[in-house]
Design a protein around this ligand. Structure first.
Ligand code: BTN
Length: 292
């Protein structure tokens, strides 16, 4: 490593053995195509072995950073944190529903601890299923990639967090963005951020492995950017409009549907709520009317 971008020794000392009782192995790169792609390659090379150990892949820059829905994740050197955590579970893929929301909550908690921010009044919130927002602008994103073999489910948990974006970034991206420097007024040290993230992820994933998503529902609903707001959910060419009612015990999004006049319709499933497992959420024009 040419300079102290991340001091590996310092990082190892600060990490807690909370990933299946272990400190994750570390692979640091000055540059790589994508930390998620590297984690998947590593997994493939290990697949003949037993349970792969937890490993974290962190890069200073990515040349082909991957975002959700096949989008590119802009990854200029030092502009963001680019990290992937490889974890393997003795669980079927269905039991892992909700894991990406747990990761979002761990990121939220780590930021709260690290830079003293949190709860909505401070402007940080989560957008279902896995965006981190600051005052409604994108501060970070999460991309989970799953591989299954006969016995285990392997998950690559990719996290991109904006640290210090170039000034012209909004003209390059299709959405408003935020970075941590704008929130704290100074550069957050990557080693501190990685420590807070990996330790919190280990603790939350351990609870999720034992108890599923149910213990996280209240935490999610407290920091949900659109709770009680009018939203539109896009799934391919289909969209549904409704009032966001948070998440259920497996992390599915609950929407109270609206009819064409914007009045709540009751002709739906249990509790009058519709449940969704994927899609792209956005606020609608009726956003400002909060509904209890
Ligand atoms: C999103 O589109 O919101 C998800 C972005 C995820 C980006 C991270 S950066 C580290 C990891 N490696 C990748 O190629 N993507 C994820």
């Amino acid at each position: 490593m040419s300079e102290k971008w991340i001091n590996e020794e310092r990082l190892v000392r600060a990490l807690e053995p909370v990933h299946a009782g272990l400190v994750p192995g570390l692979c640091l790169f000055e540059a790589i195509d994508s930390t998620n792609a590297e984690a998947l390659r590593r997994l493939k090379s290990m697949q003949s072995s037993r349970l792969p150990p937890p490993m974290a892949f962190i890069a200073r820059t990515q040349t082909a950073g991957r975002g959700r829905r096949g989008r590119e994740w802009m990854s200029e050197p030092d502009a963001g944190l680019y990290m992937s955590l490889l974890r393997s579970f003795d669980l079927v893929p269905d039991a892992l529903q909700g894991l990406s929301l747990v990761v979002g909550l761990a990121v939220y908690e780590a930021l709260k601890t690290l830079v003293g921010i949190g709860e909505e009044r401070e402007g940080i919130s989560l957008k279902w299923p896995n965006d981190i927002l600051y005052q409604g602008c994108k501060l970070g994103g999460i991309l989970l990639e799953l591989q299954r073999d006969e016995a285990l489910s392997h998950v690559v948990i990719g996290i991109g967090l904006n640290l210090d974006l170039p000034p012209d970034v909004d003209s390059l991206l299709d959405r408003p963005t935020a970075d941590l420097k704008q929130i704290t007024g100074e550069r957050v040290e990557p080693v501190k951020l990685v420590t807070a993230l990996l330790n919190q992820l280990g603790r939350d994933i351990a609870v999720f492995e034992e108890e599923g998503f149910a213990p996280f529902i209240a935490r999610w609903n407290r920091v949900d950017a659109y709770m009680g707001k009018n939203v539109r959910l896009q799934q391919d060419s289909k969209w549904t409009e409704g009032i966001s009612r948070g998440v259920d015990s497996s992390g599915g999004l609950l929407l109270e549907p609206l009819n064409d006049d914007g009045v709540t319709s009751h002709a739906t499933g249990e509790g009058g709520l519709l449940r969704f497992e994927g899609g792209e959420l956005s606020p609608t024009l009726r956003l400002n009317e909060d509904r209890e």
